[in-house]
Ligand binder design. Sequence first.
Ligand code: GLN
Length: 308
Amino acid sequence: MTAPKVADITVQEIKNQAVQMAKDLAVPAFWITDWLLYVIDKPAVFLMTDEDYQLTDTEYERFNTGVTKMQQGTPLAYLTGKQEFWSLDFIVNKHTLIPRPDTEVLVEQVLQWISAQDKESAPNATASNKRLLDLGTGSGCIAISIAHELKLADKLKLLSWQVVAVDFSAKALEVAKYNATANKVHNIEFVQSSWYSELSTDNTQLFDVIVSNPPYIDEADEHLAGLLAEPISALSAPNHGLADIEHIIKYAPQYLRVDGLLAIEHGFDQGSAVRQLFINNGFHHIQTIQDFGGNDRVTLGQLNKDSL
Ligand code: GLN
């Protein structure tokens, strides 16, 4: 029996190859170095300070297995089981969409609107409960990021927010619940529901804000082929990707208080169709906001008084 061969490969060698490897695999270069750091369990600075570190056989084997999986279409976030969003850490798995940086625009818009509303009512503010609904929460990233910020704001004010996050997938809800606890956010109620199906239309249960990043990619979009590792039900919808968005906007007036906010993420080419749906269903102050790449990504509107 011969002793197992020590992998003769250093951090520096992998670093040097990372750009070419990423090119060959058609993945971002940071996937290779982030995966390396994950395997050797070291912080990012290690890539600078410890270039001479030699991987053990087990580490090198694990690194290569991951690279092969990337080649077969597994995204980095599913290999490491985590993704950062809004500076918080989220676990993700094949039951949840991987949070995208562009979705932070949606979170930002909702928080800005809430903060502007708070200022308007500040002079004679009295303690009151506000409610926010996140439809199709997935990993919980939107609801948890917003709840996290509101918790910080609540400490200073009299407003107290109640957040409800729904998903039709029980498996996704398990992930979202874990993420809420891990991020020390405790004011979210998780409900298994197909959009609004399990929610009450009772007057006392109306929401001040409804937010959603629903599936919106056209079923015929070739871009979908590159996203096959993620749940298709979280990505794609019929009617050129607009079917779920249309449902959410159409029924929102039954669950939203007058002047409440509806904020929806959508495809880069769906801005005008989504604004039209907002108009048709009784919303005002409608505006579309662009993502970090300059594409239409989020549309917001407030509910008219006489919409029902
Ligand atoms: N923005 C994602 C993408 O284009 C899709 C997210 C979604 O369908 N909600 O990759």
